[in-house]
Design a protein around this ligand. Sequence first.
Ligand code: HEC
Length: 400
Amino acid sequence: MVIEAIERYRTGNDLHKKVVTRTCSPNGGVCHNQSEYPDLRTPANFLATINAPCNVQPGDWTSVDDRCEQSGDRFIIAGQNVAEVEIGHVEYIAGDIGDYRAEDLVPEPGSPGFHVFLRDPLPIEREEVWGGGRFIRTFINDEGIIEDLPYATFTTRWWILDGGRHLVGEVRNYQIDQVNELNSVGIVQGDMNRNGIYGAREERPASLLTPGSPERSYLIGRMRGTMMGEPVAGSRMPLANQPLSIPEMLALFCFVEGLPADGSWPDMGAPINYAECSYSEDPENLNLLGEGVTWKGRVSKVLQANCGGCHGGNNPAEDLDLRSEDAYEHLFDASVQNPELQLIEPGAPERSYLWLKLINDESIEGYPMPYNPLTGEGSLREGELGDIQTWITNGAIRDE
Ligand code: HEC
């Protein structure tokens, strides 16, 4: 394995050309439409991931990993004599409310408005206040001095819920543009994935590539599905392509382990130092197959919950029963709609018709699944998709 790696992936440039771009290219632009996947097309793009934060613009908050969370910006309402508080997450829920006060209504979780969830309560002992909600960030200026800068203000009526931990700003029609602008400036949220854990407080945030430490490199974590022994949220990379082989992983691990500790860029034309690489001892350990999600523990539950209503019971849609005891066996049958493909082809999501229905691939007949009769559209959450994909990639094994 080591010899194969040395021969095929001698330098950083070989690694980039033969491994990194492969994970992007065959499927026509996976790297482009996955907004959370950094651009890796050129060696310089690849090097720019050194010490760069991860999950900065996720497609979906459920896929953010705690280890990528940064310290959140802070929030305060001008004119209220209280200290600023770290933002956990924000959410704009569109919808016509008219005027909460005129209608004698109090917003609740899920009501239309601009919701700001805070780490600690903003101690305002009122039900509502009118004022400028300020979003504040700490910057380091050109002279190296740390400055607190209010970078955005949204002035409206704020309702104080949950003892000051949850604020809802009214958004009238004329304020919608302003709120969209606010969303687009990229408010840094300390608990982006909304699970109550503020990742940046637990430890230093992970970066895409961490010099000397493949285990703390989020890019590698996304390929393995685990990082430092724990699962990584979000779909497994490379999306819709073959996972990396052991020699490919070895090249990547040894390259990252050998990166200059000061964060400077290495010479991509220089040989990767396999001789001194700690992973050369036992490359088998880098095998990606067989890790991760199980049929019983995860995949069957997702399918039953989201598909069982139609694909179950006496007359399952398209004769596909995902609820019965022997659902697993029938996953390897040919698809009715495209008999050239099996519903699931172990190891190959891109040839698994059920998977193609889930991602609304352009080749499918009928509607994407889970079918929603009202809109004709359907989608599982990104985290669920990622797990199903990992499971297929790893051989669609039954774990009983
Ligand atoms: C509201 C009902 C409904 C739900 C929910 C639903 N389906 Fe379907 N499914 C259908 C219907 C109707 C068809 C046939 C028409 C079509 O494909 O658009 C179908 C077809 C399919 C097919 C094609 C079968 C073949 O052999 O070619 C697959 C695969 C499939 N569904 C998977 C799923 C999965 C997986 C889920 C859950 C994530 C799901 N469906 C949820 C109604 C549903």
